[in-house]
Design a binder for this molecule. Sequence first.
Ligand code: 13P
Length: 248
Amino acid sequence: MKQKLIVGNWKMNGSLAANAALLQAIKQGLPADNKAGVAVAAPAAYLAQVQAELAGSAIGVGAQDVSQHEQGAFTGEVSAAMLKEFGVRYVLVGHSERRQYHGESDAVVAAKAQAALSKGITPIVCVGETLAEREAGQTEAVVKRQLAAVIHQVGHCVSELVVAYEPVWAIGTGKTATPEQAQQVHAVLRAQLAAASAQADRVPLLYGGSMNAANAAQLLAQPDIDGGLIGGAALKAPDFLAIVAAAQ
Ligand code: 13P
């Protein structure tokens, strides 16, 4: 069976002390024969700390955003080259909170994915519909439009992406997509990737949106759900470890 990938998105949470405690607990709690890929996407300010805490462990360092620009007069931005210096393996691009609160367009998200790839960092491309879009029957069209922009930009590198389906209405709401709802969208994304790359099967498709210890196993059992992007439950070691345990 394909390896599952579980990524914790800490969002704008944490402190030096809390991060150290959380990472210690996760490192100690991982099953000795863990078969899942595991990573945490930390705020940029803590990347050095997370890199040091995770040195020598199998847990990957992730970031939550990256600039589409290479360098220069872009106050507040962090470049892919900078992330690379801190051992970053994954970076989220196009999280719905970035699209919604920071006005990131499909084109900007695609440029960010390209910037990450150019420095050898794997972009985790987030797509997902709002409740209004789902109710209007636009789910498929929205996620396909969001993914198409990235596919178009990265060309032959499609198989190097990770894609995360995060229905906006399920994020932080306690309302999870049912395994069937999630699988339906994942199948659409898989077909879209397959049309662009002969190696589309390699692309991990993560589900995100109120994934927790209780619902992870059922979601991860779906044929096109290859892992999870975890928000709230990634901040508590027992919850995060239970999701990792469900991904073996
Ligand atoms: P929650 O797990 O808190 O719903 O967040 C999901 C998410 O946005 C992960 O990126």
